[in-house]
Design a protein around this ligand. Structure first.
Ligand code: ARE
Ligand code: CA
Length: 490
């Protein structure tokens, strides 16, 4: 895997020292660990093992910057996926739906979330807080057919479908000008139109260099990586050609929804791929309460752990699929905490705006500019701040390098497992649970990170004792989580 730095297992003591000294961030622990494995390059921007990103869906740039400083950095989040920053269509007649942003008009950084200088300041502020920025990059297409088929876009540019003055002309778009209809045919999926969106000829040199120019401009501003939107609809060799020309070694993860025609494995030469099978299995199993079935969960067969980007829900599935979301409350937090505790994939925590209508956009001014986001405002859900979620971010980092140990389950709706000497967690979708667990943790008093954190040397949540034999006696309420790790041994 080219885009991943494998770090040496961090011992509990060392991890605790690192935690005490600095907020967790990409690269901060690399100076304290032996060299990276020789089979991979060592890009400074790639996530370390144990890294966690948050998807700050539709958050404006100023607000992301503040959240990086106030919460994401101090709580150990390593990166943020931000919504598309490029100029997009403005669909006033439809009430500025969130999805207008996925119809690029130009690559000027001027969107409903702010302009180029707001974007650039956000990147700098987040980087300062130890948080990387990953941009949702829409490379497959430009605008579609719909209520608005001509400009101006969010930066004022004029356009029509297949004509974007100074950027692309008619001949830059695929010959097929019809929607994908045969989803068993990879050529159609890649060379016809997804949702009527003008499909770029990504095999063409001019198109490739325009896309590379856009991404390199973002890298120049300090962006550390990209989510490649609709990657399944771009031939893998085209993405490989585009990404190979990028400056530095950005972290790349590609949105590929496995189907009968296309496997995410076709994309792993370029970066990670989204693991939708993992999401379905985790979300479905936790929803049904059958947690014991999660033993050994490892997502789609086509991807290894270090090739997979994992999540409980994303901005599409939370609207369209029978998946757990913030609307499910505690069980949703159990699912997210499990994902963070379990060593598979690179996890992404969803952070949403509250919605009833799946089409509606985030809170906005009358001109369509997104209103500031903050976690005191109930329009913004802030899943990333929920204690069982936020607390497990640090757990994942401390546990990096240790596999699953001491697995226990009741055959049904209660499970527990450790991460060697570094951590131990319990997940309960059943009745209140009281019992003893065998762990591999060193003796001591621990702060439960699912219920609180250590502030000025004191635990704001529950504390638990581990005896000399590693035994833990614990009570874990229904639909809750317990998380102990050596970074919060008191
Ligand atoms: C909107 C309207 C359309 C209209 C279009 C153009 O809804 O009716 O034709 O505009 O005017 C988002 C929204 C879309 C929106 C689009 C552009 O979700 O509703 O269209 O923005 O504004 C497939 C792709 C996958 C894609 C999903 C949505 O493979 O890549 O469809 N996901 C990404 C993003 C989306 C985004 C886009 C791509 C477009 O995450 O948010 O769309 O940039 C099976 C198949 C999958 C298929 C899935 C869902 O699982 O295997 O391939 O995903 O069903 O249909
Ligand atoms: Ca395409």
């Amino acid at each position: 895997m080219k885009h991943r730095t494998i770090l040496w297992p961090v011992s509990g003591l060392l991890a605790a020292t690192v935690l005490a000294a600095t907020p967790l961030a990409y690269g901060t622990s690399s100076t304290d660990t032996p060299p990276t494995a020789s089979s991979v390059s060592s890009p400074s921007t790639a996530p370390t093992e144990g890294a966690v990103m948050a998807h700050m869906f539709q958050w404006p740039w100023d607000s992301v910057a503040r959240e990086c400083t106030d919460f994401l950095g101090p709580n150990g989040y390593d990166g943020v996926q931000v919504s598309p920053p490029q100029e997009h269509v403005v669909l006033q007649g439809e009430g500025f739906p969130w999805w207008q942003d996925y119809q690029p008009v130009s690559y000027q950084l001027d969107s409903r979330r702010g302009d180029r200088s707001d974007f650039s300041e956000m990147v700098a502020t987040c980087n300062e807080a130890g948080v990387d920025i990953y941009v949702d990059a829409v490379l497959n297409h430009m605008t579609g057919s719909g209520s608005v088929e001509s400009g101006p876009g969010s930066a004022g540019s004029e356009f029509e479908k297949y004509s974007y003055p100074g950027i692309y002309e008619n001949s830059d778009f695929s010959e097929c000008r019809a929607d994908i209809s045969n989803w068993d045919d990879p050529d159609e999926i890649r060379n016809c139109e997804l949702l009527s969106l003008a499909d770029l000829r990504t095999g063409e040199e001019g198109v490739r260099s325009t896309l590379t120019g856009y991404l390199n401009d973002l890298i120049d501003l300090g962006v550390a990586g990209f989510r490649i939107d609709a990657a399944k609809h771009v031939p893998p060799q085209d993405l490989e050609a585009i990404v190979s020309r990028l400056d530095g070694d950005p972290y790349v993860f590609q949105e590929v929804i496995e189907d009968s025609a296309i496997s995410p494995a076709e994309y792993t030469g370029t970066g990670e791929a989204t693991d939708f099978a993992y999401s379905e299995e985790l979300s479905g199993t936790v929803r049904d309460g059958s947690l014991a079935q999660l033993k050994g969960i490892n997502g789609t067969e086509a991807l290894n752990s270090d090739q997979a980007t994992v999540f409980v829900d994303n901005h599409d599935t939370q609207r369209n699929d029978p998946t757990l979301t913030y609307k499910d409350g505690d069980p949703y937090n159990v699912a997210t905490a499990f994902m963070l505790a379990h060593p598979y994939g690179t996890p992404k925590v969803m952070s949403s705006f509250d919605f009833e209508d799946p089409e509606s956009g985030p809170p906005a001014a009358s001109n369509g500019m997104t209103s500031p986001a903050n976690c005191e405002d109930e329009d913004w859900v802030c899943e990333h701040r929920q204690q069982p979620v936020a607390g497990m971010v640090e757990f994942r980092s401390v546990a990096a390098g240790s596999g699953v140990t001491d697995w226990w389950d009741n055959g049904n709706d209660q499970v527990a497992f450790g991460r060697g000497e570094n951590g131990f967690a319990v997940f309960n979708r059943g009745a209140d649970l009281s019992r003893t667990f065998q762990t591999s943790l060193p003796e001591g008093t621990y702060c439960d990170v699912a219920s609180g954190s250590v502030v000025d040397g004191r635990c704001t949540g529950e504390t638990y004792e581990i005896d000399t034999g590693g035994v833990l006696s614990a009570s874990v309420a229904s639909d809750s989580v317990l998380g102990l790790h050596v970074g919060t041994r008191l």
